[in-house]
Design a binder for this molecule. Structure first.
Ligand SMILES: [Zn+2]
Length: 156
C-alpha cells in the first residue's frame, strides 16, 4: 500500500486526457492499484479517485463520500435520472478549483468488482455525482469541460 502522486491540470493534462483501457486481468496488480487508490484518496481527502489520476491508464476508480468505500472496475453508467442537488464539484487533479456541474441524482452502473464479478447497482445523491465524475476521468473528461459545455448551452 502506498500513497501515490496525483497528476494535476494543466501540468499533466496530456495524460489526464487519455482514454483508459478496460481491465482484463483481475490479479495482484489490480488489487495493489485499488489499495493504493483508496489510500491516496483518503490521504488527500477526496470523494473519488480514478487510476488515470495516478498515471495508470486503466478503467478503475474508487469513491468515498463518507459512508462507504466503493470500488469500480470497467464501470459503465447505463441509466441516469433526476437532477443532483449537490451542485459544487472539485477534483484532486484540479486543486483549488470549484464549480457547479449538473449531474443526475440517480445512476445505474454496470461494473466488475475486484474479483471480476459483473454487477449492476444503483446509486443516488452524492455517490451518483462522484461516480459520474470518476467515469468521466476514464474517458479523459475533466469537470471543467462540463462547466464549459453548460455555459455554452446557456448562451445559445
Ligand atoms: Zn476528478
Amino acid at each position: 500500500m502506498a500513497v501515490r502522486r496525483i497528476l494535476t491540470y494543466p501540468k499533466d493534462e496530456e495524460i489526464l486526457r487519455k482514454v483508459s483501457k478496460p481491465v482484463t486481468a483481475f490479479d495482484d496488480h489490480l488489487f495493489e492499484l485499488l489499495s493504493d487508490l483508496n489510500e491516496t484518496m483518503i490521504f488527500y481527502k477526496g470523494a473519488g479517485l480514478s487510476a488515470i489520476q495516478v498515471g495508470v491508464m486503466k478503467r478503475v476508480c474508487v469513491v468515498n463520500t463518507g459512508k462507504r468505500l466503493l470500488e469500480f472496475v470497467n464501470p459503465v453508467i447505463t441509466k441516469q435520472s433526476g437532477v443532483n442537488k449537490i451542485k459544487e464539484e472539485g477534483c484532486l487533479s484540479l486543486p483549488n478549483i470549484w464549480d457547479e456541474v449538473k449531474r443526475p441524482n440517480k445512476v445505474t452502473v454496470e461494473f466488475d468488482d475486484r474479483n471480476g464479478n459483473h454487477k449492476t447497482e444503483e446509486f443516488i445523491g452524492y455517490e451518483a455525482k462522484a461516480i459520474c465524475h470518476e467515469c468521466d476521468h476514464l474517458d479523459g473528461i475533466l469537470f471543467i469541460d462540463r462547466v464549459k459545455q453548460q455555459n455554452k448551452n446557456r448562451t445559445r
